[in-house]
Design a protein around this ligand. Structure first.
Ligand code: GCB
Length: 602
């Protein structure tokens, strides 16, 4: 690099780091019920393959355009080159299909009628993985994590004409990221969920946490407990909580930090459950601000080896799912995508879904609330995480907080999982135990689990009894494990000789099992990749797991085939993990009906 270029890079770094202090990230919940201008649609873009943010003294977020004929600008947003938001860039342009790096997106818009008594925020539902948000030439902040929402204030920057929001997204895989470098799913890059300009009052309710107090479940008069967070300088003294169907209209006092906590007595409450997914309309008002939601009330606990929903044992008839619409090959990002997979799950007879391996779009969680499907949610604390790195733990807590902030009020979401298939080293157990404590400190209305692994078998001496002594299990409410006997090692018939011993008085969920089959490919039950092999494997696996003492549910791997660069067997995989019970074109495989039949008996 020449000295000038060095100087330029130095300048850029200084300029970026100064700018980052300009806006504070703020969490705004329930954005679908706020006054918003959608910024979805076509965005112009610049590919920044070397991740410099712009060369020649011209940072891309500054949006330079040549004005004189002698002007030098070394990038350009042209109207002809666009990407659709929300969407994965990889599926939109052949030249971006395996692209990993930075792309800067630009959207220009006018905003007539800017109200003096309002505040404005740019909200991003999710962008994978590291995102720099700028507005009218100022960097607002940088967000890390590919699956959770964030927003920045733009009130003082917003103009009636020619606003430009420029968002740089980088989907490089790095060792200290969550997830880390290797995953068995596609690394979709870009702005993958909705972008909006949100309009709120000067002081507004940015979030709230409302749930049934589980200690009152068996009382005649139950209690709904809540917390409301306000943001703004002129705090009202009171907030009103209105639940018309319960005849509740209560004023609660706001403290000096803008928070309020309350308890409401309720005599007749219909509890939320898969059989009766009852949601109550709730309105909160604070000064000029008003926000409405639909919230269900339920409790979830464990007792010995049982999971209790509203005090009654429940068997979780589940299936795992990635957040992808296989027909469009894109990350799921709308209600139609959510309906497609949830209706398949219902057809299978499920009352439960494991949303693997990262936070899925908010719309699926909201739809699950309406359809009565219970959910397991998780962060991509997956293979290869740097457990000994305190910065990674900070990131995990931050991303978990964002997920809890988003989904706390959803009755369907009942389990937070802290990790998937991680080796029980000391650093990892310390990391995940601290994370579990952190989650419990902010949410006591859900259970905590993790998809673990069985104990290592002695070399060349497979046991007939699988044992579970992962020290993390002591910290968890539910013992969960993945087990691929018959696919990764062994043949399906070996399932007949196995049994399981977990040793703890806790319920068990089998979080993964299964094997690959190419839909439409037939053979006998020992022909790998045939529908018959998968069908046979499901029969044997289900019979084996069904015998587990304390089995409280299962989520086989997986509802639908999904894209993964790890899966490159020509003619069979071609970039797809084939363990789905449904093909990427939407056709059911034989094993679908084996699981469906089993769930009919439960
Ligand atoms: C697993 C992982 C999952 C993989 C699956 C497989 O254990 O948890 O992410 O996709 O196995 O297909 O091998």
């Amino acid at each position: 690099m020449t000295t000038q270029k060095h100087l330029f890079m130095f300048f850029l770094v200084i300029c970026l780091s100064i700018s980052y202090t300009q806006a504070q990230e703020i969490f705004i919940s329930n954005t679908s019920n706020r006054t918003c201008t959608s910024l979805n649609g076509k965005w112009q873009y610049v590919v920044d393959a070397y991740e410099t943010g712009g060369m020649g003294g011209m940072p891309i977020f500054k949006n330079y355009e040549p004005k004189e004929k002698s002007d030098r600008v070394e990038y350009g947003f042209t109207s002809g080159r666009t990407l659709w938001v929300p969407g994965s860039w990889n599926i939109q342009k052949p030249e971006l299909s395996y692209f990993e790096g930075s792309i800067w997106y630009r959207k220009t818009f006018n905003k007539e009628n800017i109200a003096k008594d309002k505040r404005y925020f740019i909200y991003v539902g999710a962008a994978n993985y590291k995102t720099t948000v700028s507005f009218n030439g100022k960097i607002l902040g940088e967000h890390e994590g590919g699956f959770t929402p964030f927003s920045y204030e733009v009130t003082n920057l917003l103009q009636a004409k020619d606003n430009y929001v420029i968002i740089g997204v980088n989907n490089s895989r790095e060792a200290d990221y969550i997830p880390s470098k290797v995953t068995d799913w596609f690394n979709h890059g870009g702005i993958t969920r909705d972008v909006k300009l949100i309009e709120v009052s000067k002081t507004f309710i940015n979030n709230y946490f409302i749930a049934l107090d589980k200690s009152t479940l068996h009382l005649k008069t139950k209690q709904i407990k809540g917390k409301i967070q306000l943001t703004g300088s002129e705090l009202p003294e009171k907030v009103n909580v209105i639940i018309p169907e319960l005849n509740i209209n209560k004023e609660v006092t706001v403290n000096k930090d803008g928070d309020t906590e309350f308890k409401l007595d309720v005599k007749k409450l219909e509890l939320w459950s898969p059989e009766n997914p009852k949601l109550y309309d709730i309105t909160l008002t604070a000064g000029d601000d008003k926000i409405s939601d639909e919230i269900g009330f339920r409790t979830i606990e464990t007792k010995g080896k049982q999971i209790l929903l509203n005090g009654k044992p429940v068997f979780l008839k589940g299936i795992c799912l990635h957040d992808e619409n296989p027909l469009r090959k894109d990350r799921a990002n709308n209600m139609e995508d959510a309906k497609l997979v949830l209706s398949w799950a219902q057809e299978l007879g499920c009352n439960f879904l494991r949303l693997a391996h990262y936070p899925h779009q908010e719309k699926i969680v909201r739809l699950a609330d309406k359809m009565g499907i219970l959910l397991w949610e998780e962060l991509p604390l997956y293979w290869g995480i740097q457990w000994g790195n305190p910065e990674v733990l900070k990131k995990a807590k931050a991303q978990y907080a964002e997920m809890i902030n988003r989904d706390y009020n959803r009755a369907s979401s009942i389990i937070w999982s802290v990790a998937n298939e991680t080796a029980p080293t000391e650093d990892r157990t310390k990391f995940l135990s601290e994370l579990a404590d952190y989650i419990r400190s902010i949410d006591d209305t859900r259970l905590i689990s993790a998809a673990c692994k069985k104990d290592q078998e002695a070399d060349g001496h497979p046991d007939s009894v699988y044992t579970y002594n992962d020290p993390l299990m002591k910290k968890l409410d539910i013992i969960s494990f993945n087990e691929y006997l018959g696919w990764y090692g062994g043949f399906p018939e070996e399932c007949r000789n196995k049994s399981f011993k977990a040793g703890l008085e806790k319920p068990i969920i089998v979080t993964e099992f299964g094997g690959g089959a190419l839909q439409g490919f037939h053979g006998d039950s020992l022909t790998r990749w045939s529908e018959e092999f998968q069908e046979y494997l499901y029969k044997e696996s289900i019979a084996m797991f069904d015998k587990i003492d304390g089995l409280a549910g299962m989520t086989p791997w997986i509802l639908v085939d999904f894209q993964s660069p790890l899966r490159q067997l020509p003619e069979i995989q071609d970039g797809w993990n084939r363990k789905g019970l449904i093909s990427e074109k939407g056709y059911k495989k034989k094993a679908f009906f084996i699981l469906k039949k089993y769930y009919e008996t439960k």
